[in-house]
Design a protein around this ligand. Structure first.
Ligand SMILES: Cc1cc2nc3c(=O)[nH]c(=O)nc-3n(C[C@H](O)[C@H](O)[C@H](O)COP(=O)(O)OP(=O)(O)OC[C@H]3O[C@@H](n4cnc5c(N)ncnc54)[C@H](O)[C@@H]3O)c2cc1C
Length: 608
């Protein structure tokens, strides 16, 4: 072929491919009803969700009873992955226990950016790196996005995200990229809404705090809006665990796995656990074990095999919380490339703005602490894009989370860090799940339980198929966006509409159980601190029905006070301890100890 013939052949092919993408995008834009998923949810579950889960002490008795009747599956780690595995296996009809050494979601799963996303950045890598594995990851996550929103519509929602463009070519470049994101979402039947471009004037009115000039003083040319999901990660994690508990799983927080129990064939047949509240040690027996301990995965792998090589590559990411007025009320902002090439998000969340994140290799720890350097990096990155001056004193809270990145335990090249999740089996039969992200927690759980069943034939015969795709979580069944207005109207003498909105969002249809406490005792309608919508009845409800065992559980994960405003959380400590003491019958000494522990723990929401 001559060179001019070759170039015309290439031009023709490029034209066909371009026309194909644009044509597909146009079709998809026109028919979002076809490319979004309709769910037929299981109705049977709603009845079960009327009941409160068994108490922690009842669950400990069940753990002790396992010497006579071992659990089918025992899961170590009560983060998103472990809770997901517990719900999956329980719904398949297996007898399940899940053990968490601190509180549910106390690890990485409460410290994310709260996005339910396919990952725009990963798509860029997939396209430019011609990386099919990366593309499959994006496809899978986009599919899971809509499943997650359906699972808990009170905790998860759609969020428009603005990508500002400061050079003319960025508009068609990012538009094409985000249209490809729409196409992949449509192919996975995970369309939420389709992206679109806007002129700079419209972008400024949509996001009034956006700076009209970019970091290099070039003018804003326009913006692209695309759609992802957003969640309350800790509440979502808890809801998955509670849903498993109500369906029959034995769910226990503050129970640390300290050793593995072995049978005569040197196979794992249970674990030794230490109750972090009473100090008592228990033996728990099970036919199979899953290690879902996220960034701490190697601790359990080494209990199984002391010579096992480390696979975790702990990398910390920091977020800051700012007042809500720094973002538009409904739009997030993505900065696709900061000065040093990272992605930074500014996301409106629970009336505040969260901004992050960073990336720094750290030591393995359960309580990572942010540094002043992290805070300064985030502030610098967002300053370039904000019309308002954002100061260090505007930072209301700051927290760090550790990504559960891991090398593939099955790979020959031990340097390759996984982007997807990996499931492996240790020499004593413990199944380890590592990597992945929040958005794909359900699929990771499904794959893990399938893997486990493929190795345990007896359990496979007993288990039914995975049904989590159409299973809504506690608080979701019968939920409608009208709930907050109904609560505000029916309880207008007792609570403000801000509190009504908070209750509907935090508890979904279970908000009625919180309000029942208020009807019985009007004093419980009082706010914990005047500036936050959280009320006293919630402390009682969470201590009685949501496994809140410590004041910090309430301040960080049952509600998100510490993540939003550390000063408010600190001021709330005495009141929360007093209210919990009534439910838990704490002595004066225990109350003092709880207060001290709460102030110590809350230190990690400040930079060092
Ligand atoms: C900064 C940051 C931002 C992120 N943003 C997003 C995002 O926007 N969207 C997204 O999809 N993903 C995001 N992710 C990823 C996501 O948060 C994680 O993939 C997910 O939370 C990991 O869950 P996990 O259950 O595997 O780990 P974890 O949540 O850490 O859970 C592991 C649990 O195991 C427990 N445990 C450990 N050892 C023991 C033991 N010996 N006995 C009993 N229990 C034990 C721990 O206490 C912990 O609770 C982000 C991650 C980070 C760090």
């Amino acid at each position: 072929m001559k060179s001019n013939e070759f170039f015309s052949w290439v031009r023709r092919r490029a034209l066909y491919i371009g026309a194909g993408v644009v044509g597909t995008a146009l079709v998809i834009n026109s028919f979002p009803a076809i490319t979004s998923r309709k769910f037929r949810n299981s109705a049977e579950l709603s009845l079960k969700y009327e009941h409160a889960p068994p108490t922690r002490s009842a669950n400990i008795e069940r753990l002790d009873g396992s010497i006579q009747k071992p659990f089918d599956v025992l899961i170590i780690g009560g983060g998103a992955t472990g809770a997901g595995c517990a719900l999956d296996a329980t719904l398949r009809g297996l007898d399940v226990a899940i053990i968490e050494k601190n509180d549910f979601a106390s690890g990485t799963s409460s410290r994310s950016t709260k996005l339910i996303h396919g990952g725009v950045r990963y798509l860029e890598k997939a396209v430019f790196g011609l990386d099919l594995a990366q593309l499959i990851l994006v496809y899978e996550a986009l599919r899971e996005r809509s499943i997650m929103i359906n699972q808990a519509p009170h905790l998860c929602s759609i969020i428009p995200t603005m990508l500002p463009c400061y050079r003319w070519w960025e508009v068609p470049f990012y538009y094409a990229g985000l249209k490809t994101y729409d196409v992949v979402a449509a192919l996975s039947k995970g369309t939420l809404k389709n992206s679109f471009a806007m002129f700079s004037a419209e972008a400024k009115s949509e996001f009034p705090t956006l700076r009209p000039k970019g970091p290099d003083e070039s003018d804003l040319c326009g913006a692209i809006i695309y759609y992802d999901g957003q969640q309350d990660d800790a509440r979502m994690n808890l809801s998955v665990a509670l849903s498993a508990a109500i369906r029959g799983a034995t769910v226990c927080n503050y129970m640390k796995v300290v050793d593995i129990l072995r049978n005569d064939d040197s196979q794992a047949c249970g674990v030794k656990v230490c109750d972090e509240i009473s100090g008592e040690v228990h033996s728990v027996y099970a036919k199979s074990i899953i290690n879902a301990t996220g960034p701490l995965t190697d601790d359990i792998r080494k209990l199984e095999d002391s010579k096992a090589e480390d696979i975790a590559v702990p990398s910390a990411g920091v977020h800051i919380a700012l007042p809500g007025h720094f973002t538009s009320r409904s739009n997030a902002l993505i900065i696709p490339k900061t000065k040093d090439g990272r992605v930074v998000f500014m996301v409106p969340w629970l009336g505040h703005t969260i901004a992050g994140t960073t990336d720094r290799i750290v030591e393995r720890t359960g309580e990572p602490r942010p540094t002043e350097e992290d805070v300064e990096f985030i502030l610098e990155s967002v300053r370039d894009y904000l019309a308002l001056d954002v100061k260090r004193t505007d930072v209301l809270s700051v927290w760090a989370g550790i990504r559960p990145l891991a090398k593939d335990p099955n790979a020959k090249n031990s340097a390759s860090i996984l982007r997807e999740h990996s499931i492996s089996m240790g020499p004593e039969g413990i199944v380890t799940i590592t990597g992945g992200k929040w958005t794909t927690y359900r699929k990771m759980a499904e794959d893990t339980v399938n893997f486990l069943l493929s190795h345990y034939q007896g359990l496979a015969r007993k288990a039914s198929k995975c049904s989590t795709e159409t299973t809504q979580l506690v608080g979701a069944h019968g939920f409608s966006p009208l709930l907050k207005s109904e609560i505000a109207q029916s309880h207008r003498d007792l609570i403000t509409s801000e509190t009504a909105k908070h209750l509907a969002r935090n508890y979904g249809t279970r908000a009625t159980a919180v309000l029942r406490l208020v009807s019985e005792n009007a004093e419980l309608a009082e706010r914990i601190v005047p500036e936050a919508p959280v009320i006293a009845a919630e402390v009682q409800y969470c201590a009685e029905s949501e496994y809140a065992e410590r004041a910090i559980d309430f301040l960080t994960r049952r509600t998100r006070m510490a993540f939003l405003n550390i000063e408010q959380a600190r001021r709330s400590v005495p009141k929360v301890v007093e209210l919990m003491a009534r439910v838990k019958d704490w002595s004066a000494e225990r109350q003092e100890q709880e207060t001290k522990e709460a102030f110590r723990y809350l230190q990690q929401f400040t930079a060092q």
